[in-house]
Each structure stands twice: as structure tokens, then as C-alpha cells.
Design a protein around this ligand. Structure first.
Ligand code: FAD
Length: 279
């Protein structure tokens, strides 16, 4: 069982708990992005086990008629073992998901994985003509403007985030004001040039406001994505007007994900301490 200290950010240890959470979200107009927690595998068996669980998950999502997609980390499917392992597992999940009309997102990990992740995305997106796949791009990386241009004629969706990793300054903007500026510029390029298929992965009211203004100007379709446990009231409010998705992590490897949430914001640390003191 997930202890109370972490259950604001993680839906449970089992897929059933994650899907119960998604059902409650759906009742309030919010869609789910289900993520099985796991990363940096160095054994093929671990990657294969998570890939098999994702294939079962897409069947469960389709069978329960939930408004939900999945999101996968490349290193969870074996990218650090061998790029071919990752590409094979990803292709099988995408095929299983496509049969059931379930969308697959590919998360972006640290900057050393960007090329391999985009190559794998491009391959599955072209094979399926874009139906049902999307990839994440990080605004803090200096290369991302070029990556967005590279993806201009690749079918599929793009999720824009500020970036959760700490890349060195030769490859990344390290000042948060600069990252915000870059995020705005990337949003403008995406709304102007992409045929829909944009996901705004941010809790930042300023970025969401910018995206909605761009939507008014260009009419481009988009969706807003936020994490479980972060600005949930805003998620429900925005869902009255826009497509909103909540990223819903589950699984027994919740500790490092939970630490990341606590480390990125003092308010989350205060929440965690209150949960310990009241338990
Ligand atoms: P921040 O710059 O963290 O915050 C800006 C403002 O947002 C704050 O000033 C505040 O007004 C508001 N805000 C933020 N958090 C809170 C809070 N807890 N409570 C109240 N207000 C708050 N990163 C990756 O590197 N790869 C990925 O694949 C990836 N996938 C993601 C998927 C989703 C759905 C989301 C939402 C994020 C993902 N991220 C990913 C993380 C992302 O890169 C950022 O680290 C994270 O979203 C924090 O940046 P932010 O844009 O939300 O705003």
C-alpha cells in the first residue's frame, strides 16, 4: 500500500487502483495518462515485465471504457540496455495499444537519451501515420527548437514541458526565466505550425494562459496535462473548457518519483511533513 505521505502523487501500487483513480477523474471531466513507475533498467527481464504490464494495461483501459492513455519512459523499456530492446518493446506496446485505440506517450528522460527517443518516436509515428503516439520535448534544452522543426512533418502529438532533469549549461538553459521564455517561444512555434496534436505539460498559469491565447489566435487543437496531486482544482476548472489530462503514476517503485515531487517545490515538502505528523 502507498503510505499517506505519498498517496497525493501516486495512485496506488496496482493497475486496478490506478484505473479506479482514472474513473474518478473521468467523472469530473478529466482524462488519465497512466504511468507504471519504473526507469533505468539494466536487465532485459525488468524491461520485458513492464512492457507486458503496459500491454495488459491498454487492454484493461479499453475494456473498462475509460478516457485514458499511457505514458512510458524509454529507460523502462530497456534503452540503457540496448536501443534495439527499447525500440522492439515500444513497437509492440504501440501495436497493442493501436488495436484498442489507446494513445501512447513517450516521456523524455535526460538529454543523453533525446536522439534515441526521437528516433524511436519518429519510426513508430511514421509507421502508424501518427495515429496514437506522442513524444515529450523539454524547453530547457538548447536543441529543442531544432527538434520541434524536425518533428514538423512527423505525424503524432508533441508534449511541451519545461524539463525535469538538470542538464549541463552547454546543452541547456539553466536560468528559470530563460526556460520560461523558451517555453513561450516553443508554444508559439507549435501552435502556429503544427496541425493540432500539442500537449501543454505545465502547471504554470502563465504558460497555460499563453497557450489558450495562441489557441484563440490560430485555432490549433491542444490539450493541457498536469500531474496527479498538483493544482487539481485548476485541472477540474480547466476541464470545463479544454481537454485536460492528469498524469497518474502507479506501481511499487514510487519512492524516487515521490522524492522528485517533494524536491521540486517547498509546498510539497510541507504537505509531506504534515502527512507524517498526522499519521
Ligand atoms: P514550474 O516552473 O515548476 O512552476 C511554475 C508555476 O506553476 C509556479 O510558480 C506556480 O504558479 C505553478 N505551480 C507549479 N507547481 C505547483 C504546485 N505544486 N502547486 C501550485 N502551483 C504550482 N519532464 C521531463 O523532463 N520529461 C517528461 O517526460 C515530463 N513529462 C511530464 C508530463 C506531465 C503531464 C507534466 C505536467 C510534467 C512533465 N514533466 C516532464 C515535468 C516538467 O518538465 C516540469 O518539471 C514540471 O511540470 C514543473 O514545471 P511547470 O511547468 O509545471 O512549472
Amino acid at each position: 500500500m502507498i503510505p499517506p505521505i505519498a498517496n497525493r502523487f501516486v495512485a496506488g501500487e496496482s493497475p486496478a487502483e490506478a484505473l479506479d483513480h482514472v474513473r474518478r477523474l473521468n467523472d469530473r471531466g478529466v482524462n488519465g495518462i497512466v504511468n507504471l513507475l519504473g526507469e533505468h533498467y539494466d536487465e532485459r527481464e525488468a524491461a520485458a515485465a513492464d512492457a507486458a504490464e503496459y500491454r495488459r494495461l491498454v487492454a484493461d483501459i479499453a475494456g473498462s471504457r475509460l478516457e485514458a492513455c499511457i505514458s512510458i519512459k524509454p529507460s523502462q523499456l530497456g534503452l540503457e540496455i540496448d536501443e534495439s530492446v527499447f525500440r522492439r518493446e515500444l513497437a509492440e506496446i504501440v501495436a497493442a495499444a493501436a488495436e484498442r485505440d489507446v494513445f501512447v506517450w513517450i516521456d523524455m528522460e535526460d538529454h543523453t537519451t533525446t536522439d534515441a527517443t526521437l528516433d524511436a518516436f519518429e519510426a513508430v509515428a511514421r509507421e502508424r501515420d501518427g495515429g496514437g503516439v506522442g513524444v515529450c520535448l523539454q524547453a530547457n534544452l538548447r536543441r529543442t527548437r531544432a527538434d520541434l522543426r524536425r518533428l514538423a512533418d512527423v505525424p503524432g502529438k508533441v508534449r511541451l514541458v519545461k524539463g525535469a532533469y538538470d542538464p549541463p549549461s552547454d546543452v541547456a538553459y539553466t536560468d528559470s526565466t530563460r526556460v520560461d521564455q523558451e517555453y513561450r517561444t516553443l508554444l508559439e512555434a507549435a501552435f502556429e505550425r503544427r496541425d493540432g496534436g500539442i500537449a501543454v505539460g505545465s502547471h504554470d498559469p502563465a504558460m497555460i494562459e499563453h497557450a489558450t491565447a495562441l489557441h484563440e489566435r490560430y485555432g490549433t487543437d491542444f490539450e493541457i496535462q498536469m500531474l496527479m496531486g498538483v493544482r487539481e482544482d485548476a485541472q477540474y476548472e480547466l476541464a470545463a473548457e479544454y481537454d485536460v489530462y492528469q498524469y497518474v503514476p502507479y506501481g511499487d517503485r514510487w519512492l524516487s518519483y515521490f522524492y522528485r515531487r517533494v524536491a521540486e517545490r517547498r509546498e510539497n515538502l510541507r504537505f509531506a511533513l504534515r502527512a507524517v505528523l498526522s499519521s
